[in-house]
Design a binder for this molecule. Structure first.
Ligand SMILES: [Zn+2]
Length: 139
């Protein structure tokens, strides 16, 4: 969760991990996810954390059938590039749906899930995933 650690302290204390936090570069204007202190586009450190919209559309995706070992047991699963409603591209796993039901253009919303647990200290990592928006009125 390096991106959480690198968020400025005062700001970090107000947010919790169940939000979609990206960064905006004040020099080139690009917004990106996850948050990091250096703009991945122009290299500027003039970056501000930004709450991103939690809904978007699947732009591309692929089905992972042979995952890295720590994700064994979850396969097959879908990883996608999600175009958020503000235009930011977010790489994320798609959840709560069968891989064969995922389509380009599908509307999705962010959910936060525990995605792996690590040995000795029992470090649990949380990560963002997206699930299909089935019915806006049922939310
Ligand atoms: Zn930049």
């Amino acid at each position: 969760m390096a991106y959480v650690r690198s968020v400025p302290r005062a700001w970090r204390e107000r947010q919790n991990k169940y939000r979609l936090i990206g960064g905006t570069c004040k020099d080139c204007g690009k917004t990106f996810y996850p948050y990091r202190g250096i703009c991945p586009v122009c290299g500027s450190s003039n970056v501000e954390a930004k709450k991103l919209p939690e809904t978007g559309t699947i732009e591309t995706f692929s089905v992972v059938r042979t995952p890295p070992t720590e994700f064994t047991g979850q396969a097959p699963y879908v990883v996608a590039l999600v175009r958020l409603d503000d235009g930011t591209l977010v790489p994320a796993q798609i959840t709560d749906v069968e891989p064969e039901e995922v389509q380009v253009g599908m509307r999705v919303e962010a959910v936060f899930r525990r995605y792996r647990e690590q040995g000795e200290k029992g470090i649990i990592e949380y990560g963002i995933k997206f699930r299909p928006v089935v019915n806006l009125e049922s939310k």
